[in-house]
Structure formats: structure tokens, C-alpha cells
Design a binder for this molecule. Sequence first.
Ligand code: HEC
Ligand code: HEC
Ligand code: HEC
Ligand code: HEC
Ligand code: HEC
Length: 229
Amino acid sequence: MAVLFPKWMNVLPTLGAFAALGGAGVVVAGGWYWATPDFFEVGYMPEQPGSGFNHQIHAGKLGLDCRYCHTKIEISPEANIPNVATCIGCHAEGRVDPTKSLASDEKVQFIRDAYEADESIAWRRVHKLPDYVRNFPHDAHLNAGVSCYSCHGQIMGMPIVYQSQGLGMGWCLDCHRAPESHLVPKDRVTDLIWVQEKFSDKVQQQIDGKGLFDSLELNPPENCGACHY
Ligand code: HEC
Ligand code: HEC
Ligand code: HEC
Ligand code: HEC
Ligand code: HEC
């Protein structure tokens, strides 16, 4: 499933652009600047196979809950990517409304091909921590009331998923030291529209983050061993 894509390749288009401008000095300065996690990875958006997968259509417009596809996310550290069978449930011949703009056959043919060949679709990994970081626990964060929105941005509005946060160590620790303003009731963690609205400056105080923190007796770790081997 996950095809590893070295993060440094991310910088190639940028370097290419600078090189095209002809400034060798700029290449060095630019490379150094973008090498810090926040600038190195934010916006990373690898091209996906086939016609890709559109979260804006499926999670936004059709309103499918994240857990319809990322089924294990609350019970396992790992956020699983759905297999082809999940897609075929709707995209097998004739199952999608033929009057829709979907242009069903053409755009979803790569799914049927993969299904028939009994192969998985080689989705390219977007978010990836370095190997020296321990297994990142999705379950612990979701059960603590940290929404996908806080770490992945407004996925419901993304035609193609991109990385919206730096995922550097400082980013993890900033939240661990003061998570109250990032907490939502557990049953809202996948309700990204609701969360975005509540997190907008106007209404943030409507969520009692301190109350949630206390009632769940949360204890986000800051010791090295929690995140490193
Ligand atoms: C109909 C199935 C489906 C639904 C519903 C769905 N996803 Fe996905 N998701 C996928 C597939 C397939 C991929 C892999 C392709 C890609 O990265 O675009 C993916 C990838 C992702 C990724 C990027 C993974 C990586 O490589 O780093 C994130 C983050 C994500 N989904 C979050 C969400 C969130 C949040 C929701 C709910 C708002 C959601 N998904 C709903 C199928 C789904
Ligand atoms: C619950 C049903 C359902 C599931 C499950 C589902 N889809 Fe879809 N998908 C749809 C519908 C309905 C449309 C058409 C939406 C429209 O045209 O507005 C669509 C559209 C698409 C399109 C065309 C998008 C475009 O740009 O027009 C692609 C590609 C696609 N789906 C891929 C997938 C993949 C890959 C999966 C599995 C990870 C998947 N779908 C799972 C219902 C589903
Ligand atoms: C506290 C931050 C955080 C929250 C909350 C969070 N994620 Fe993630 N997610 C990450 C990080 C970090 C990674 C990369 C993990 C790694 O490389 O081990 C990731 C990776 C993923 C992946 C890729 C997994 C893979 O193996 O390809 C998917 C899919 C995903 N997240 C979906 C979601 C969904 C859906 C939600 C909400 C239900 C969610 N995440 C909530 C931080 C978060
Ligand atoms: C937006 C807030 C937020 C971000 C960002 C965040 N965390 Fe957390 N994390 C929490 C909270 C809240 C808990 C407390 C969970 C508990 O006490 O049950 C937690 C707990 C943990 C735990 C302990 C899990 C357990 O089983 O007790 C680990 C490990 C962890 N986080 C790793 C990370 C890593 C690595 C990153 C960065 C890639 C990260 N977190 C980013 C909020 C966050
Ligand atoms: C909450 C999780 C978490 C804790 C606690 C944590 N780290 Fe990290 N650390 C990370 C993540 C995630 C990265 C990867 C950052 C990146 O991708 O650049 C990282 C990266 C690093 C690096 C590589 C250089 C860098 O800054 O990117 C070193 C060295 C490091 N950590 C040491 C430590 C030490 C020493 C401690 C204890 C004082 C510690 N870490 C505690 C999550 C954590």
C-alpha cells in the first residue's frame, strides 16, 4: 500500500524553480530555509495513481464519515487506508448513478482494473514521520478528543490530500504542553466542519477544553522515551 517517497525529493521542484532563475546563491539559501520541517513538508501533495481519490467529494459532498474507510483509526495506532473492495462497493459497474457527472466508467476504471487483477492501488503516502519516531498512536489522540482537523487540516475540502501541518517535534510538544484549546468532545473528532467552525476565533470559547482535559484525565507525554526508541 504505502509507497515510501523520500521527503527530500519534496524540495526538488523548489530547487528547480530557483535553478531556473539562475541564482546559485539562492539555491543554497532556499535549500537551507526549506529544510526546517515547517517549510520542508507543509503543502506536500504527491500525485496519486489513476484519477486519485477525492476527499472533497466523498467525505465533504457525500458526507461519508472518515471511519467508513479509515476503519481502525480509533482502535489502533495506525490509520489504515481502505482496500479496493471498499471502493468497489460503490464503483462496481452500474452502482453509481449513470446520470451523474461522474463520467463513471472512465474515471473509476482504474479501480475496477485493480479489483479484477486482485491488486491494491499504490496510493502514495503523504504524512510520514521519520523511522526513529515510535509508532504514532492515532487511537490515543482520537480517544482524547483531538480531531483529525488539528493535524491534517480541512480534509473534507481537499480534492487531493496535502500535508497541512509541519509534524516536527516542536509541533507535537506545543500541543502536548497545552492541549486544552485543541480538544473537542470525542464524538465530534471526525466532524471536521463543526470543528473548524468552533475553532474559529469567534466561537472557540464554546468548547470547555479544560473541562474535557480534566474529565478524561489526559496526560500527554513530554519524555523522550514516549516518542523515541
Ligand atoms: C471513501 C473512503 C474514504 C473516506 C470516507 C475518507 N478517506 Fe481518507 N483516504 C482514503 C484513501 C483511498 C486515501 C489514500 C489516497 C490519498 O492519500 O488521497 C486516503 C488518505 C487520507 C489521508 C492521507 C494519508 C497519508 O498518506 O498521509 C488522510 C490524512 C485522510 N485520508 C484523512 C481522512 C479524513 C480526516 C476523513 C474524514 C473527514 C477521510 N480521510 C475520509 C479514503 C477515504
Ligand atoms: C459510498 C459510495 C462510495 C464509495 C465507498 C466510494 N465512492 Fe468514489 N464516488 C462515489 C460517488 C457517488 C461519486 C460521484 C460523485 C459526483 O460525481 O459528484 C464518486 C466519484 C469518484 C471518482 C470520480 C471523481 C471525480 O473527480 O469526478 C473517483 C476517482 C472515485 N470516486 C474513487 C473512489 C475510490 C478510490 C474509492 C475507494 C477508496 C471510492 N471512490 C469509494 C461514491 C463512492
Ligand atoms: C495528533 C495528530 C493527528 C490526529 C488527531 C490524526 N492524525 Fe492522522 N496522522 C498523523 C501523523 C503524525 C501521521 C503520520 C504517522 C506516521 O508516519 O507514523 C498520520 C497519518 C495518517 C494517515 C496515513 C496512514 C498510513 O499508514 O498511510 C491517515 C490515513 C490518517 N493519518 C488519517 C487520519 C484521520 C482519518 C484522522 C481523524 C479520524 C487522523 N488521521 C487524526 C497525525 C494525526
Ligand atoms: C493537537 C494536539 C496534539 C498534537 C499535535 C500531538 N499530540 Fe500526542 N497527544 C495529545 C494528547 C491530548 C494526548 C494525551 C492522550 C492521553 O492522555 O490519553 C497525547 C498523547 C500522545 C502519546 C501517548 C499516547 C498514550 O498511549 O498515552 C504519544 C506517544 C503522542 N501523543 C505522540 C505524539 C507525536 C509523536 C506527535 C507529533 C507527531 C503528537 N503526539 C502530536 C495531543 C497532541
Ligand atoms: C511528543 C513526541 C516527542 C517527544 C516527547 C520527543 N520527541 Fe524528539 N521528535 C519527535 C518527532 C515527531 C521528531 C521528528 C521531527 C521531524 O520530522 O523533523 C523528533 C525528532 C527528534 C530529533 C531529530 C532532530 C530534530 O529536532 O528534528 C532529536 C535529536 C530528538 N527528537 C530528540 C528528542 C529528545 C532528546 C527528547 C526528550 C527531551 C525528545 N526528542 C522528545 C517527537 C518527540
